[in-house]
Ligand binder design. Sequence first.
Ligand SMILES: Nc1nc2c(ncn2[C@@H]2O[C@H](COP(=O)(O)OP(=O)(O)O)[C@@H](O)[C@H]2O)c(=O)[nH]1
Ligand SMILES: [Mg+2]
Length: 404
Amino acid sequence: MTTHSVGIANLPNQRYKIVSEKGGTFTIMVCGESGLGKTTFINTLFQTTLKHVDPLQRRHLPLKKTVDIDLTRAILEEKNFKMRVNVIDTPGFGDNVNNNKAWQTLVDFIDDQHDSFMRQEQQPYRDTKFDLRVHVVLYFIKPTGHGLKPLDIETMKKISSRANLIPVIAKSDTLTMQELQIFKSRIRQVIEAQEIHIFTPPLDFDTTKDSTTEDENAMSTQDATAAEHARQLIEAMPFAIIGSTTKYDNGQGTQVVARKYPWGLVEVENDNHCDFRKLRSMLLRTYLLDLITTTQDLHYETYRRLRLESSNGTDDETNNGNGDSSMPLKAPARKLSHNPKYKEEENALKKYFTDQVKAEEQRFRQWEQNIVNERIRLNGDLEDIQTKVKKLEEQVRSLQLKKR
Ligand SMILES: Nc1nc2c(ncn2[C@@H]2O[C@H](COP(=O)(O)OP(=O)(O)O)[C@@H](O)[C@H]2O)c(=O)[nH]1
Ligand SMILES: [Mg+2]
């Protein structure tokens, strides 16, 4: 069974329309310990899929150690479908001796984007938004073959309460196929036992909401294909990935992105070697819309509700009261304002509003001037008319005098 028929461009019309209208941007965040191949993965994704990378947006050279939250923008093009894709690279945690709150920066970033979007929604000019809300977080797991560390579990829990989380096994070429299978099932067990909510493709397909005009049989075949695709993806989770930006000859004259070993190549875009294609398909094709809508309807709405509740006077009580400290109950302090990337967005936003106000002011001045001009013109007309009237009156008078 091919998976080619399940791309964005093949979505039923109505869903496609929603994507085009609402889904202008899509933001992916990568996180995990340093040295797990996060930056390499981003470069791999760009090289194999995303085009038109804005060179100004690429500040860090590939493989330079990420020390700050780093943003790269690109355009995803598929048939006549276009979307802006943001990828956020984060500094790896695990560098510090004390990793107690390694997840704090990530969680702050996600909260801040929700906060910023919420503020913009409250502004009178609501059409252009700087939207960096994170639609999906890829959590890189170290390929130890053993299991998850307490820090992994804690971080994944924190993230999953705010954003769609997809765990991935980093550098999976360092494990044998058998080790990988055991590692995968161990991770799945921990995720289940710890009740970490990871993003999974929806398995129930609602035929009624997608299209009413399509033939029922065709619809159910399409649904069956989609459900089968979803099932395959879920079974492969957590995805084992490999990153590389180097191409090698695969022995049959084709250049493939791969990692080279003395015994042969490990190919990035080969389903028998790793799950890169599955992950990419889930991110950028089949479930892109679901990632966007769940971010809006679930994560953003939760954030908004909690923020509104906590700002409704009873602050002290509610914040300490219900004990779930993983939830963003308090207004996040603008901890990231020192981050140049964040500052940039904020400045752009400020400039936008200032420009809008200036433009409005300019428009008003022009209008005021037009009224003044019009008044001058009318006054002039009035004077003319008045002198004409006077002349006519004089003519009438002299005529009346002559008549006598
Ligand atoms: N074996 C293997 N090495 C990788 C893979 N991806 C990246 N690396 C290497 O791991 C090192 C750290 O990669 P980097 O992308 O900087 O990791 P980051 O700190 O998570 O951003 C580099 O030497 C990469 O060449 C992979 O999939 N497999
Ligand atoms: Mg990095």
